[in-house]
Design a protein around this ligand. Structure first.
Ligand code: BES
Ligand code: MN
Ligand code: ZN
Length: 501
């Protein structure tokens, strides 16, 4: 989709469909035209007003009504979009309304559309945020998973261009930047969703390697290096390799280098768990919902999506993305409960549960990340079922020993509509990981499972400015809308955008 910013009057625009806001009128209970819709109605000789009085339409947030128009001077159709209560129309409302509008437009043959929702009064809405909200949610609404369907028609759309109307000509540049960033972030979210949704027999560690290499091909500032199992052996990555031993798919460690800053700037490192399928290993998982463990690479997918967005936003930062990728399966060669393995820093780990494999592959990736002397390290992982119990789907969990980093991450999440909430990472919890047979055990019992997992990881980030995001509850949706959410790509992009200032 191409986005244009325009400061034209709505009555001077041309389109195949113009998107107009209607609000709830508390008094009459009917829908009432927004500012831009009213202005436009003059062109229609008041037809819209009449239609609304008939009472067929609602202004409920996210409701859409396609209205054909038979006047020569106007577009062939209007899309009325419910925006809720006029006084409390916010950026979040704009996102919901835009998403609904685009989903409705996908079913039409419209090619060029005009979005006038952005002309309404939006609480606290700056031009940059408004334009970004529109392009970001439009990209998200256009995504449709079809890769393994024989008929790909669901992904087809005639939509090519959206003109975003803004009232103030002085903010046009800011709005342009917002639209560009939103498109980049939305694209990153969609890449992350696609990788997450692909089944385990398609999206293998080797497939991730190929995808990463393709990404780097077209961009001068992006390069990719992939560590193969023999490279990892040389580096002594015994924890990671112990997980992939039980699988026929070779493990990969994908390393993106994005050089957008100058050479002297220390990089920010993003590490994402890339378990392309997690059956649990010998500590095998129950069958119910095991298919969802194809999503166990969503942390890694968020690194792919964020790197792609950073490239497209041309961020003036140096960023390293690391994705350790493996399967976790039961097999004669697989880890056994009680096995002791050695991480690349020499730390020995007793594997009491082979299903706590994420931390095993992450610990070698985190140890490896140190060589980049990073400014910060963030890791993202669908690490614990306990996190789903604690926070559900609304917040990702954030754990760190650095309170200021937690604040930065929470703030980024708020701004990007992709929220995170902290859990304590105080030293008491670490004793749950004690064992007589190694430096540390890979599990710490049922209590505080998300925290003990993070505490395990903290051993491999000593002295680093590091935070861990557990995205087990936020990375994908179940039920009718089953699919990857692409989270926390928006949070990560915002975190990086905030750093730049
Ligand atoms: N990938 C899972 C965590 C998970 C489970 C995420 C369900 C989302 C939904 C992880 O590898 C795992 O199996 N963790 C174990 C850890 C336990 C053995 C300490 C878990 O949460 O049960
Ligand atoms: Mn597991
Ligand atoms: Zn896992």
């Amino acid at each position: 989709m191409q986005y244009k910013i325009s400061t034209k009057k709505i009555t001077d625009t041309d389109s195949d469909c113009t998107i107009l806001a209607v609000f709830n009128d508390a008094e009459s209970g009917l829908a009432m035209a927004g500012k831009a819709a009213s202005a436009f109605d003059k062109e229609l000789g008041g037809q819209l007003e009449e239609l609304l009085i008939q009472g067929d339409y609602t202004g409920k947030l996210g409701d859409t009504h396609l209205v054909p128009v038979f006047t020569d001077s106007a577009p062939q159709r209007l899309l009325l979009v419910g925006c809720g209560d006029k006084k409390s129309f916010t950026e979040a409302g704009l996102r919901t309304a835009t998403e609904a509008a685009v989903k409705a437009l996908k079913k039409t043959t419209s090619v060029e559309v005009v979005n006038s929702l952005t002309l309404e009064t939006i609480k606290g809405g700056k031009a940059y945020n408004i334009a970004r909200a529109v392009s970001e949610t439009t990209e998200a609404a256009l995504y449709h998973y079809v890769s393994t369907l024989s008929k790909k028609s669901a992904a087809e759309t005639s939509l090519e261009q959206m003109t975003i109307l803004i009232a103030n000509a002085k903010s046009a540049l800011e709005a342009k930047k917002g639209a560009k960033h939103g498109e980049a972030i939305g694209g990153g979210v969609n890449l992350s969703r696609e990788l997450g949704n692909l089944p385990g027999n398609y999206c293998t560690p080797t497939f991730l390697e190929e995808t990463a290499k393709k990404m780097a091909k077209d961009h001068a500032k992006l390069s990719v290096k992939v560590l193969q199992e023999k490279d990892m052996e040389k580096l002594g990555m015994g924890a990671l390799l112990s997980v992939s031993k039980g699988s026929r798919e070779p493990a990969k460690m994908i390393i993106f280098t994005y050089s957008g800053g100058n050479k002297s700037q220390k990089p920010h490192v993003l590490v994402g768990k890339g378990l392309t399928f997690d059956a649990g290993g010998i500590s095998i998982k129950p069958s119910a919902k095991m298919d969802e463990m194809k999503y166990d690479m969503c942390g890694g997918a968020s690194v792919f999506g964020t790197i792609q967005a950073a490239v497209e936003m041309n961020l003036k930062l140096n960023i390293i993305g690391i994705v350790p990728a493996s399967e976790n399966l039961p097999d004669g060669a697989a880890n056994k409960p009680g096995d002791v393995v050695t991480n690349m820093e020499g730390i020995t780990i007793e594997i009491l549960n082979t299903d706590a494999e994420g931390r095993l592959i992450l610990c070698d990736a985190l140890s490896y990340a140190k060589r980049f002397e990073p400014e910060t390290i963030l890791d993202m992982a669908t690490l614990t079922g306990a996190c789903v119990v604690a926070l559900g789907a609304h917040h990702s969990a954030v754990l760190s020993k650095d309170d200021s980093l937690i604040k930065e991450i929470m703030k980024a999440g708020e701004t990007a509509h992709d929220k995170a909430w902290p859990l304590p990472l105080t030293p008491e919890y670490h004793s749950q990981l004690s064992t007589n047979f190694a430096d540390v055990a890979n599990v710490g019992g049922r209590a505080a499972g998300t925290i003990t997992a993070a505490s395990f990881l903290s051993m491999f980030t000593e002295g680093m400015r590091w935070a861990h995001l557990d995205i087990a509850g936020s990375a994908w949706k179940e039920g009718a809308a089953k699919g990857s959410t692409g989270r926390p790509v928006p949070l990560l992009c915002q975190y990086l955008l905030n750093l730049k200032k």
